[in-house]
Design a protein around this ligand. Structure first.
Ligand code: FAD
Ligand code: DLZ
Ligand code: SF4
Length: 510
């Protein structure tokens, strides 16, 4: 039976389920299509990364003896869509069946439902084994639970995988999590490592030219381009992280510093999400660093929790709840995303740093995404759709299955508490505690009113006042509301006035 096997751009793993049982007569289809670069206007660095990694992967599959039909963006007749290219490929190769691994985005899976009728041959959609928890298993775990909590899921995953577990089933180090040790400030004189960077080869250079010509007007700088685009280089980047950064990953996980975009983070999400790295292997390698005494438990547990816990949990929630999940808007946020997210032009230093580095690198670490850009959009009351589109477009690691729960649920509380037990709303004091941004800002993180007051401060109190009916009943919000209630009404009115003026100035509301 002749088979057309499809490999999408974020499925670059030679052990992909769609390739199980492949024979030399089968055709492996890979397609560069304009729709995928433009359904949101992706950062050009992200497009270069995807296309170059796809081209290198196609070469590796051919070397392994597979017959790859690779459609390039610039090929004559390129239809611009997955659907159009699969139709053309079926006409070219006349297969008896099509096999594909489940995609990472709901919109593609919904489109695939129409393929059998369109193609006139059966389409088999196989589970994606690159994840540690299958969609079915997650649904089974969630069934019957009144409330889903990442921590419970994570413990279940630790037990199931044996990661960081003792022989008698207890968590190594005597605790499931060491978060309390993971919120240290970063001393100003502490040197920080750099991630491993790679010079573009000839193939990547050609992709840079192609992308600059077609998508150069999108937000983001294309050069310098330094991401790995092969499995071997991605593995080298991860080994480098284990050696130079993992030991301090836990201590300074929440820290931010001017001019230092990466600190002790791995910059591995982009590799992991497209299949150049493997989640299980990464967790096992990190565990080994602890077992062999090269990294402390708070660092290794913290790192494993991000991948085994948060990453798998986000995916589980996405597939469990879509498509309704994306439509929820628990805080009734309806504002416009301010232009500064696209221009980077702002005198709020923390925002200028995080957006500026995003423009240059297509990267920001978790606390920058959550507590600076995400927090600001939450406090302003920007409509979830607009914020989500921004996050999906600007980060090299962004695919909807992981971007949406993080933005919609974690950063914006738009799901009303499915993912987080309370909104991650914070004032400028939090940013001041975790970064050096405020030191060179024209605003003062200790002031909430009057000239020079930090906008995060008055927006924070305005947010609490505005959302009282929705949030005051949440036990985890009791303390902030007690603090708000102790304030003079005139002070609250002044801060709310400043917040309203800022929202108008930024174009969030008319
Ligand atoms: P590290 O700090 O080194 O963490 C190690 C790994 O853990 C990461 O590579 C990543 O695979 C995983 N991880 C860590 N936190 C999370 C999380 N919350 N959810 C899922 N995986 C996690 N991550 C994406 O991969 N794609 C996205 O589109 C994305 N969008 C986000 C949007 C918002 C608003 C927020 C708050 C977070 C988002 N994240 C996203 C999660 C997280 O910010 C990134 O995974 C992380 O910053 C990637 O950098 P790193 O590889 O250096 O991570
Ligand atoms: C993000 C992206 C881009 C920019 N281009 C392509 C492409 O040309 N071909 C492809 O197969 N995949 C691309 N991708 C990744 C897809 O958007 C991703 O595979 C789907 O969204 C499913 O997760
Ligand atoms: Fe950001 Fe406020 Fe600090 Fe300025 S003072 S960097 S606006 S938190």
């Amino acid at each position: 039976m002749s088979t057309l096997r499809i490999v999408l751009g974020d499925q670059l793993d030679p052990r992909l389920s769609a390739l199980d049982g492949a024979s030399p007569e089968d055709v492996v289809l890979m397609m560069e299509v304009a729709d995928e670069a433009t359904y949101v206007r992706h950062h050009p660095k992200k497009i270069v990364f995807l296309l170059s990694a796809m081209r290198h992967h196609a070469a590796a599959l051919r070397e392994a003896g597979l017959r790859v039909d690779y459609v390039q963006l610039e090929d004559d007749g390129n239809s611009g869509s997955f659907r159009g290219e699969v139709v053309r490929a079926v006409a070219r190769h006349r297969p008896d069946r099509v096999i594909v691994t489940e995609p990472g985005e709901w919109r593609i899976e919904a489109d695939m439902a129409a393929w059998p009728g369109l193609l006139g041959v059966p389409v088999e959609v196989r589970p994606d084994h690159r994840f540690l928890c299958s969609r079915d298993r997650f649904a089974g775990w969630a069934r019957g639970r009144r409330q889903l909590r990442m921590e419970h899921f994570y413990r279940d995953m630790r037990r199931r995988t044996g990661l960081l577990m003792t022989a008698d089933g207890q968590p190594e180090g005597g605790a499931w999590n060491f978060d309390a040790e993971n919120r240290k400030r970063l001393p100003a004189d502490m040197p920080v490592p750099e991630p491993l960077r790679f010079a573009p080869d000839v193939g990547t250079r050609a992709v840079i030219d192609l992308v600059a010509g077609r998508f150069g007007a999108h937000f983001g700088e294309i050069e310098p381009f330094w991401f790995a685009v092969t499995r071997a280089d991605a593995e080298a980047a991860f080994r480098h992280f284990l050696r130079v950064a993992l030991p301090r990953f836990g201590d300074h996980q929440d820290a931010m510093r001017t001019g230092a975009p990466v600190l002790f983070h791995s910059v591995c999400s982009l590799y992991l999400n497209v299949g150049l790295l493997d989640a299980d292997a990464m967790c096992r390698a990190a565990e080994r660093e602890w077992r062999q005494g090269r990294a402390p438990i708070n660092a290794v547990e913290g790192f494993i929790r991000q991948i085994l816990g948060w990453r798998e949990y986000m995916r589980g929630v996405y597939w469990l709840e879509m498509p309704d999940y994306a439509a929820s808007n628990a805080l009734a946020a309806a504002g416009r995303l301010p232009d500064l997210y696209w221009t980077g032009e702002t005198d709020l230093h923390c925002l200028a740093e995080c957006i500026g580095q995003t423009r240059r690198e297509a990267y920001a670490h978790h606390i920058q995404r959550l507590m600076v850009t995400g927090n600001f959009a939450l406090l302003l009351g920007v409509a979830p759709r607009e914020v989500e589109e921004w996050y999906l477009a600007v980060y090299a690691d962004a695919f909807e299955w992981v971007e949406l729960p993080n933005t919609h649920g974690m950063a914006l509380f738009a799901d009303g508490g499915h993912l987080a037990s309370k909104p991650y709303a914070a004032s400028g004091r939090y940013i001041d505690r975790m970064s050096d941004y405020c030191r060179t800002c024209r605003y003062d993180p200790h002031r909430s009113e009057g000239e020079g007051a930090c906008p995060f401060n008055y927006l924070y109190w305005d947010f609490l006042a505005r959302q009282r009916a929705r949030l005051a009943g949440n036990p985890r919000m009791a303390l902030p509301y007690r603090n708000l209630d102790r304030m003079e009404p005139a002070r609250i009115a002044a801060m709310r006035g400043a917040a309203s003026a800022l929202r108008r100035r930024l174009g969030v509301e008319p």
